[in-house]
Structures are given as structure tokens and as C-alpha cells.
Design a protein around this ligand. Structure first.
Ligand code: NDP
Length: 488
């Protein structure tokens, strides 16, 4: 790897050691801004996954990890967080070259948030526990809050380290051992996290990284009987498949899936703030955001004025080299993603929607890289394909609505239910809409707000289970009820 930040090339992190894959296979990870190979990555096969599960099981059942007190687990997570911040530039650089995320976002948002998550769950390690229960008769009844065992984490490429940490940090805090598979598109920062775990002395086998693709490595994980739970983030169709396969060994499953979130502008909104929220709601991270506000509902009597302001501001979203600190909009993550987004833009044009911004490929520097223009469609109806399917790119569909009834009906007319935004100065309307929308997160007069302490997850086909906050802890633990006869 040609970088001042070299990682062990073509190796897996299993049982606290860097090992060659038993599969003997590797694949290349590509820089989407230059289309050049960054480095070779190990492709873990079935035997590699089995080895990682075995080491994780040992760590969980009898290794040093199993003997740590909850307080000491918390201290180790704090050390991981400290070490991440001590290496923030390296993490940010690796994330940016791997997926094209602007370095300003990697450096100032994603990586610090990752550290915050480890600090947050470090605090929970010794605070989420059992209780005594006043039962009938002369019995003592108490519960033990126990870890599940071996947790398999499978994560996508859009916020590689961040979404992995949403799972890894609470899983470790509760005493589970983890086998982690990052997306084949974005393995670098997970490998760097493994280095950090090694450096701070996380007991061997507590955290393992099996790089590879979904077809081979992911499949081996969801089928392995030694994994107790799969924590998955990805597309809805993959999530359905994961659940089907995991059912065969009755694994516990949590799924964070896709979305087609409505971002709603009521007639009384502060239009300038709403414009900013609509732009960042769709163009942040090049629209490769599960909760992107990709359906923009604008009340009809402010529609024209709003769209004019929106397009003016959208023009300021300049596509650029993601390693330039001034860039706010980089290339899409990979060639498939580029083709998928361009194909949806063609579909939108064929369906009769009107392009008011962008609408094609963008050229930056040498002309290489998977760059597209930030794109806004007006005159979209909620029945069009571009309003129904998740594009997972910087394409906004503006849709008109008449009144609140019309709005709620249209906004909820989707298979998804991940998030929604509403812009209004009317506090009653704001809460009315928040209550009526079927989505796991509602943002009022803001968009894309996250905090380690606030739960996140889907309604409907956007998945189930909650990540972040104390709500995540439930799905990495199980409860044992113990009865003691106290009759003398
Ligand atoms: P995918 O569903 O294709 O992949 C997600 C993960 O699953 C990757 O690690 C992938 O591996 C793996 N995978 C793919 N096929 C299988 C399989 N057969 N068995 C086991 N694992 C498999 O999603 P993308 O990576 O394309 O991510 C984009 C999707 O993720 C979007 O739909 C987006 O909405 C959703 N998402 C949801 C979020 C949420 O919190 N709700 C957050 C972010 C994204 P590999 O890539 O190596 O092949």
C-alpha cells in the first residue's frame, strides 16, 4: 500500500493476530476518485470465518476477555476511543481514499463520532444490569443481564467505520465477542480499528475482522451455527436474505435497511433554513445516506419560491477532490453505484420529471473517478420510480402537496420508514406531523442529527431493532431469571 499509513496487506485479524487467509484469495480495493488500486485485501472464505468464530467463542467462553469485569471492559473501550482520536488523521485519510467521502467529513465528523461512540458505550459497560423482582411467595427472584456470545457484524460502505462502530461498541461493552465483516468496498478503517484494538491490549479473539465480499464471507457468517447474532446494515433485499439464512440456525438478527425518507416543507416554514436542510439532507455524503431526505415534499403555495431558492443554493454544491479540505461533495463510492445513479437519472427524465439542477456525470481533475452532479428533479409524483425506489445517491425528487392530509398520505405511501424531516414555524403542526409519520426518526426544523445517546432504526421495511443509545444494549444481551426458595 503506497501510503504513509500502511496496513498489513492481504491479512485478516483473527484471534489477536494478523493471518494470511486460508482461502489464499485476495481482492483489490479501489480509490473511487482516481480509479486506482489502493491495496490488496484478504478475501475470507468459509474456513477463515470458521476460524474467526472459533477464536471469538474461545474469547467469550474462557479467554481473558471472558474474565474481565464490566468496569475493565469499559476502561478498554475508553482506551480504544483515545487511540482513535490519537490517530484521527490516519483514520480519516483511509476512509476518504476508500470511499470518496470528503476529508472534511471524515476528519471532523465520522471519526470523532466513532470515538464518541466508544466513550459512550464504555460508560454503559457496568450500568446495564439485572434487577431483583418482588414476586409472589417467599422467593428471591433476580435477573442476570448476560451477553449473547459471538456477534457477527456485517456493514455497508457509506459510513464504513461509523456504522460498524454502532454495532461493535455496544456488543463489546456488553461482553460479547465480535466477528466483523466490512463491505468489500470499504475495508481499510476496519483493519485500522483492529490495529488499534491490538495496540490497546484488547484480549485476543474479542474482536476479529474478516474482510471479503457478501457472497462468500457474508454468506459464511450468516450460515455459521457458532454465531449467535447477526447485526446487519445494508440494502432491504440483502436484509431479507440475511434474515432467511439466519433463521436456519435461529440466530438473533437486527436489521438497519434502506429508506426513501420524506423531507417536508410546510407553507409557514422558514424557507431559507429549510433550503439548507433540504440540500444537506440529500447531498451530504453524496446522497449515499440511508436516511437521505430524497423525497422533498413542498406545500404547493410556496413551491415555486422554494424551488428557486433551492436551485440557487444547490448550485453552490461543487464537486471536487475528496482529499481537498474545501471539498464538500466527492465521487460516488464505486462504478456500480455510478451506473445505478445515472440510470435512475435517465429514468426520472423518461418519467417526465423536470431536471432543475445537474442531471449528468461530473468531471473533476483528470476526468477519472465516479463523479456525478448533484441533481434535483421537480414535478415528481409520488408514483414515479424515482420517488419509490432508493437511489442511494445525490438525486432529489421534489413533490407537491396540498394540505396535511394529502401530505401524510403521500409521505407514508412507501415501503420504507427510516426517517423524516419537517420544516414549520407552527409547533402544533410539527408535532402532529411527527406523530403521523411512520418512521423511526423525525427531525423538526433540522435534518441528519445523530448522537450516540439517541436511538436510530427503521419502521416497516427499513428494518427492526434500534441502534445507538441505551436501546441498542437490549439487542446485545439476554435476560436470565433466577429463582431462590427462601422458605425456612
Ligand atoms: P448491501 O446490502 O449490498 O451490503 C451490505 C453488507 O452486506 C455488505 O457488507 C455486503 O458485503 C454484505 N452482503 C451482501 N450480500 C450478502 C450476502 N448474501 N450475505 C451476507 N452478507 C452480504 O448494501 P450496500 O453495501 O450496497 O449499502 C447500501 C444499502 O445499505 C442501502 O440500501 C442503504 O440504505 C443501506 N443502509 C442502511 C443504513 C441504515 O442504518 N438503515 C445505513 C447505511 C446504509 P459486500 O459489500 O462486501 O459484498
Amino acid at each position: 500500500m503506497e501510503s504513509k499509513y500502511a496496513l498489513p496487506e492481504g491479512k485478516l485479524f483473527i484471534g489477536g493476530k494478523w493471518v494470511e487467509p486460508l482461502s489464499g484469495a485476495t481482492f483489490n480495493t479501489i480509490n473511487p476518485a482516481t480509479e486506482e488500486v489502493i491495496t490488496a485485501i484478504a478475501l475470507a472464505g468459509e474456513q477463515d470465518v470458521a476460524s474467526a468464530v472459533e477464536h471469538a467463542r474461545k474469547a467469550f467462553e474462557e479467554g481473558a476477555w471472558s474474565k474481565l469485569s464490566a468496569t475493565d471492559r469499559g476502561k478498554l473501550l475508553t482506551k480504544i476511543a483515545d487511540a482513535i482520536m490519537a490517530n484521527v488523521d490516519e483514520f480519516a485519510y483511509l476512509e476518504t481514499i476508500d470511499i470518496g467521502k470528503p476529508i472534511s467529513e471524515s476528519r471532523n465528523i465520522d471519526v470523532p463520532f466513532v470515538a464518541e461512540l466508544f466513550y459512550y458505550y464504555a460508560g454503559w459497560a457496568n450500568k446495564y444490569h439485572g434487577e431483583t423482582i418482588p414476586v409472589r411467595g417467599n422467593y428471591l427472584n433476580y435477573t442476570l443481564r448476560e451477553p449473547l456470545g459471538v456477534v457477527g457484524t456485517i456493514t455497508p460502505w457509506n459510513f464504513p467505520l461509523l456504522l460498524a462502530t454502532w454495532k461493535i461498541a455496544p456488543a463489546l461493552a456488553m461482553g460479547n465477542a465480535v466477528v466483523h465483516k466490512p463491505s468489500e468496498q470499504s475495508p481499510l478503517t476496519s483493519l485500522k480499528l483492529a490495529q488499534i484494538c491490538e495496540e490497546v491490549g484488547l484480549p485476543e479473539g474479542a474482536f476479529n475482522v474478516v474482510t471479503g465480499n457478501g457472497r462468500v464471507t457474508g454468506n459464511a457468517m450468516i450460515r455459521h451455527p457458532g454465531i449467535d447474532k447477526i447485526a446487519f446494515t445494508g440494502g432491504t433485499s440483502t436484509g431479507i436474505y440475511v434474515m432467511q439464512e439466519a433463521a436456519k440456525t435461529l440466530k438473533k438478527v437486527t436489521l438497519e435497511l434502506g429508506g426513501k425518507s420524506p423531507n417536508i416543507v410546510l407553507e409557514d416554514a422558514d424557507l431559507d433554513s429549510a433550503v439548507k436542510g433540504a440540500i444537506s439532507g440529500i447531498f451530504y455524503n453524496k446522497g449515499e445516506v440511508c436516511a437521505a431526505g430524497s423525497r422533498l415534499f413542498v406545500q404547493e403555495n410556496v413551491h415555486d419560491a422554494f424551488l428557486e431558492k433551492l436551485v440557487q443554493r444547490g448550485k453552490k454544491t461543487v464537486v471536487g477532490d475528496p482529499l481537498d479540505p474545501k471539498t464538500r461533495f466527492g465521487p460516488l463510492c464505486n462504478r456500480d453505484q455510478l451506473e445505478k445513479v445515472l440510470s435512475y437519472i435517465s429514468t426520472g427524465k423518461e418519467e417526465g420529471a423536470k431536471v432543475v439542477l445537474g442531471g449528468g456525470r461530473a468531471s473533476v481533475g483528470s476526468g477519472k473517478g465516479y463523479f456525478v452532479e448533484p441533481t434535483i428533479f421537480d414535478d415528481v409524483t409520488n408514483q414515479m420510480k424515482i420517488a419509490r425506489e432508493e437511489i442511494f445517491g445525490p438525486v432529489l425528487s421534489a413533490i407537491r402537496f396540498k394540505d396535511l392530509d394529502d401530505l401524510i398520505a403521500q409521505a407514508n405511501d412507501t415501503i420504507y420508514g427510516l426517517a423524516a424531516g419537517v420544516w414549520t414555524r407552527d409547533v402544533k403542526k410539527a408535532h402532529y406531523v411527527a406523530k403521523k409519520l411512520k418512521a423511526g426518526t423525525i427531525w423538526i426544523n433540522t435534518y441528519n442529527m445523530y448522537d450516540p445517546a439517541s436511538p436510530f432504526g427503521g419502521y416497516k421495511q427499513s428494518g427492526f431493532g434500534r441502534e445507538l443509545g441505551m436501546h441498542a444494549l437490549e439487542s446485545y444481551t439476554q435476560v436470565k431469571s433466577v429463582w431462590v426458595d427462601m422458605n425456612l
